[in-house]
Design a protein around this ligand. Structure first.
Ligand code: FE2
Length: 270
């Protein structure tokens, strides 16, 4: 079985179409969607429909639960919260219901456990970012105890490609474009992001897990980012001062809070 892993589409239809075409060409048998189909961009309804028709192994991300009201607005930054409110007002009832009924954890047989954030917490796992070894160790412990017997846990939320191996208590970063899995180890893997790049890689990314050959292969697909950008910009979902680095925008907001002019800046979209 060849599983195609995707995550963090964030309503970017151009990116989703590109990566699905790439996965089809790669010969994937089943899609695994690790959550955050919605958020930030404008094509949530179309992205939900495209994912849904593939009948994937599918878990909810924090943005999916934000748009349905299962997570409060206070769990999101102002740009994300604005996009969620915009999306909620436009999604059809069946699309919202599809998101509302998604599980937080799912399995692909005994091959793989799927989560959005992390495997270890009983509550709020979709909000935990697996971006350090301390948290990875907690999720590895949960994977080793998982009733499915799966040795691989796939997650999203970090928007970064990763392959981490646990063997005999040692935790190794084995991130590479092609990795052969050992039979005597456990793995925590992330396919990066389809539609919301945050690092140098700007293409849509995914991963193919061949459960028989025990291989992981990273896939990348280029797409026309300007089309997505124009739609997002026209909908007013990009901060007006997006060209300032995020750190600088944060510093401005912090100063504004101290000077009690934060609400004015928020209206201006900083
Ligand atoms: Fe995300």
């Amino acid at each position: 079985m060849r599983l195609g892993l995707i995550s963090d589409i964030h309503a970017n239809l151009e990116a989703l179409e590109a990566i699905l075409a790439d996965l089809d060409a790669a010969g994937v048998d089943r899609l695994v969607c690790l959550g955050d189909v919605v958020g930030y961009n404008t094509d949530a309804e179309a992205c939900i429909a495209l994912v849904r028709e593939r009948q994937p192994v599918w878990v909810a991300g924090n943005h999916d639960r934000g748009v349905t009201g299962q997570l409060p607005e206070s769990d999101f930054n102002s740009t994300a919260a604005r996009a969620l409110a915009w999306t909620r007002a436009r999604l059809t009832a069946p699309a919202l219901e599809a998101l509302r009924t998604l599980p937080l954890k799912a399995t692909a047989g005994s091959d793989l456990v799927a989560v959005h954030g992390a495997l270890h917490p009983e509550v709020g796992c979709e909000l935990v970012r697996l971006n350090n070894h301390e948290r990875r160790r907690l999720s590895f412990a949960a994977l080793q105890a998982h009733p499915s017997g799966a040795r691989v846990c796939a997650h999203g939320h970090t928007h970064q490609i990763g392959v981490f191996e646990m063997r005999g208590g040692a935790l190794l970063d084995r991130t590479a474009d092609e990795v052969t899995l050992r039979d005597d180890a456990h793995y925590i893997i992330s396919p990066g992001t389809v539609g919301e790049p945050r690092y140098a890689e700007q293409r849509a990314t995914a991963m193919v897990f061949d459960t028989e050959k025990r291989t992981l292969v990273v896939r990348r697909a280029a797409y026309d980012r300007s089309r997505t950008w124009i739609k997002t910009r026209r909908a007013g979902l990009v901060p007006r001062y997006w060209f300032l680095p995020a750190g600088l925008r944060r510093a401005i907001r912090k100063t504004a809070r101290a000077a009690r002019i934060h609400s004015t800046l928020k209206r201006l979209g900083v």
